[in-house]
Design a protein around this ligand. Structure first.
Ligand code: FAD
Length: 392
């Protein structure tokens, strides 16, 4: 859509026909909101007017000692003002975006065709679909085919590394009790999933998205069966058991991978750029990937326009994409990588939650950390925890 707004024609191919499901927590952060605003000043009005989303006003962290810390996205938030985050089933949110795509004549949208072949010759790709029904010629591929991207593997040489990858499970439930009245999303850091967590995110129509994510190397090392562990946690932890006693599982529990951005990679090359999960850009602490997928998509559109103007699609020219993506995202990804390591020390996590639940100034500092990366940097300083130990 960013390219179409510049009058640049594209072919957009997806193997699915929308609406289609995507296994996800369905939480849309402030980053998603800010990119949608950059794309189109009125798109959020249309999203707000549709019944497919809930406005979310913050996060509830539950520490390994089961103490709770409620952190709104903003101090003194007002639920009558535009929200900072949303929760919306990907089945519906992605379809909403595809409906927006259909408004742009410059986008040739092809659904239900899986791309299986891509050959680069004389500065031009020949792209074929699995059913051999469609052949596309293009100067540039922007590969955004997700966590299992065959393009990233074959052309980008990006392979799955268990220590930079998470296994995730998602379940939809109805009838979960005690969901937050302002739709705070809940991240529950139970000791068996550290440094990952179990989540409960409220959804429209009294539904909830419930899931777990855990680093793949730890799943293998500890021989964890994620599905059994998640169901055990829901049945046996008193804080969960009560809330799930009348809950009904809707649909199967489904799993999918999360390629984490805890490591820099080469994400472009001759005539291509990798975007979103294909480029492994998921936040290693929060598991948030939609915002970074959109942000990298926006940057890819800017670089594509430069390639077109310069008629230069070479690796050396296009590598400005890597520079720009990591300029914008690396400090945050790197900090989240360190926070993911810290969460492995449950006592530190317990300390922050214990102190913050009693100390308003500390709570407000943590709220400001959502927007202020320099402030968030404090979380990786030993002095921060040392001061906490001696604070009231
Ligand atoms: C369990 C779980 C929970 C998560 N929770 C959250 C969350 O709450 N919030 C958040 O921000 N992020 C979350 N994420 C991460 C988020 O889902 C991803 O980061 C995000 O979807 C990445 O977007 P993408 O466009 O790169 O890839 P995708 O959303 O995976 O889209 C890829 C598209 O490519 C298509 N495709 C694939 N292969 C081909 C092919 N060969 N030919 C044609 N089309 C193809 C697919 O049909 C799909 O539509 C979660 C992930 C998981 C697994």
């Amino acid at each position: 859509m960013f390219l179409a707004r510049q009058g640049i024609s594209t072919v957009l191919v997806d193997k699915s026909v929308f609406p289609r499901d995507k296994i996800c927590g369905d939480a849309l952060s402030g980053k998603v909101v800010s990119i949608l605003k950059k794309l189109d000043a009125t798109i959020l009005d249309r999203f707000n007017a549709s019944p497919i989303q809930l406005n979310s006003w913050g996060i509830k962290f539950i520490a390994p000692n089961l103490k709770e810390l409620k952190i709104p996205f903003k101090v003194n938030y007002d639920t009558s003002s535009p929200p900072i985050g949303y929760i919306s089933k990907r089945m519906e949110f992605d379809n909403f975006l595809v409906d927006e795509v259909k408004k742009y004549p410059a986008i040739n949208l092809i659904q239900g065709k899986e791309i299986s072949d891509f050959t680069l010759e004389d500065d031009e790709w020949t792209i074929a679909t699995k059913d051999n029904s469609t052949l596309i010629k293009a100067k540039l591929i922007i590969a955004c085919d997700g966590a299992h991207s065959s393009f990233a593997k074959k052309i980008g040489n990006i392979n799955m590394q268990p220590e930079h990858y998470c296994a995730g499970l998602r379940a939809y439930y109805s009838g979960v009790e005690n969901l937050d009245e302002d739709n705070f999303i809940e991240l529950i850091f139970l000791k068996e999933f550290l440094p990952g967590y179990l989540w409960i995110f409220p959804l429209p129509n009294g539904m909830a998205n419930v899931g777990v994510a855990m680093r793949s190397d730890i799943v293998s090392r500890k021989k964890v069966n994620l599905k059994t562990s998640m169901l055990n946690a829901l049945e046996n932890y008193p804080i969960l058991k009560e809330r799930f006693k009348n809950a009904k599982l809707v649909d199967d529990i489904k799993g999918f991978g999360l390629p984490l951005g805890s490591k820099k990679r080469k994400i472009s090359g001759d005539n291509f750029m990798l975007v979103g999960d294909a480029a492994s850009l998921i936040d290693p602490f929060s598991g948030e990937g939609i915002g970074n997928a959109m942000k990298s998509g926006m940057i890819a559109a800017q670089v594509a326009e430069k390639c077109l103007i310069a008629n230069n699609y070479s690796d050396s020219f296009i590598s400005q994409y890597d520079i720009e993506v990591y300029n914008k995202l690396w400090s945050e990804l790197n900090l989240s990588r360190k926070m993911q390591q810290l969460v492995n020390y449950p006592r530190l996590f317990n300390l922050v939650v214990n102190k913050a639940s009693k100390n308003k100034v500390l709570r407000e500092t943590i709220i400001c950390m959502f927007d202020d990366l320099d402030l968030r940097e404090q979380l990786k300083q030993p002095s921060f925890y040392f001061r906490l130990m001696f604070s009231k």
